[in-house]
Write a protein that binds this ligand. Structure first.
Ligand SMILES: [Zn+2]
Length: 326
């Protein structure tokens, strides 16, 4: 009797799951015309514990949209600087940003690397403010040059967060301008060194120094490796102390102290290109040393949590608000 009921239960459950799967497929098709990237998401449902909070709990930031942006980038396959695939990522970024009504500036340049001269492109969203000073946000979107490496977390996650931030920030004018930089060539082409790494951020900082815009930057908030399901963010100790405090205090106020921890670590990253020129900067970077998949082919979509993306997005939104009020 019990057994029979149990069996019946599992059959009913099976039918239920099958029908939800069909419903899932149907909505996947229905959405394809407006948001083709959603189909990639439907094939890899995140765990319930990784579900994004409702956007109204995270300042409007939509963790599911951000997750879809990671999936879209992963779908292009490995996209190191200068590859045909990275051109597709660039087109995707430009078309998304234009669909949000953002003003976008693209800087095409080439860089001498151990693999020869490579074409690269920095893409910068420019939201004007009432004053000329600038709050700069940034990410790198290139992936490490390595076979089968798609960089869902390293490259994809922070780029997804910046896209969603652009959607929310582009329609509004604040006291200060907000620029959002999508940087090429963060990863070393061969071995990480001062000359083989951070090509995009070094290019951007040098260009802004030449135009005089560099000294208008009040703060540079960089995100990198920010989407992991088990992500924790120690305070990056080479960053500007006042900006570390601003971001981590903001995270604490929002209730994210267990993720934005009081531990310290240090990372060489795109913020260095600006800090070396005197720009205050902070790197919000997940603990990649202990995540178990950094710079391996395991850095794939199954490591990404819509919830983590939403939390980081919320912290960035509130940190920008703080900076706008000063
Ligand atoms: Zn990397």
């Amino acid at each position: 009797m019990t057994l029979h009921h149990r069996k019946l239960f599992s059959i009913v459950l099976g039918v239920f799951l099958a029908s939800s799967f069909l419903i899932g497929c149907k909505s996947k098709g229905a959405e394809a015309s407006t948001a083709p990237f959603m189909s990639t998401v439907a094939t890899t449902p995140p765990q319930a514990s990784d579900a994004a909070p409702l956007p109204d709990k995270t300042g409007g930031f939509d963790g599911n949209r951000a997750f879809a942006h990671v999936a879209k980038q992963v779908g292009f396959g490995p996209h190191p600087s200068g590859s045909p695939a990275i051109a597709q990522v660039q087109d995707f970024l430009l078309s998304e940003l234009k669909s949000y009504g953002c003003t976008v500036d693209a800087d095409d340049f080439s860089a001498d690397t151990p693999a020869g001269r490579l074409k690269m492109k920095n893409i910068v969203v420019k939201i004007p403010g009432e004053k000329p000073e600038i709050i700069l946000l940034g990410t790198h979107y290139d992936t490490k040059k390595m076979e089968n490496f798609v960089g869902a977390d390293d490259g994809g996650s922070s780029t997804a967060v910046m896209l969603e931030l652009a959607r929310l920030l582009c329609p509004h004018r604040g006291r200060y301008a907000v620029w959002i930089a999508f940087l090429d060539g963060e990863e070393a082409v061969k071995d990480w060194s001062e000359t083989d790494s951070r090509y995009g951020s070094r290019q951007m900082a040098a260009r802004l120094a030449a135009t005089g815009d560099l000294k208008k930057i009040r703060a540079f908030l960089l995100a990198d490796i920010v989407g992991g399901r088990t992500a924790v963010f120690p305070r990056e100790s080479s960053s500007t102390p006042a900006l570390i405090d601003l971001v981590w205090n903001t995270a604490a106020r929002l209730g994210y102290s267990s993720i934005f921890t009081s531990e310290s670590s240090s990372a060489e990253d795109d913020h260095d290109s600006f800090m070396k020129r005197g720009v205050p900067a902070v790197d919000v970077i997940g603990d990649f040393v202990h995540n178990g998949y950094w710079h391996t082919t395991q850095d794939a979509l199954d490591k990404i949590s819509p919830k983590t993306l939403a939390i980081v997005g919320h912290v960035f939104l509130e940190s920008v608000k703080q900076l706008q009020s000063k």
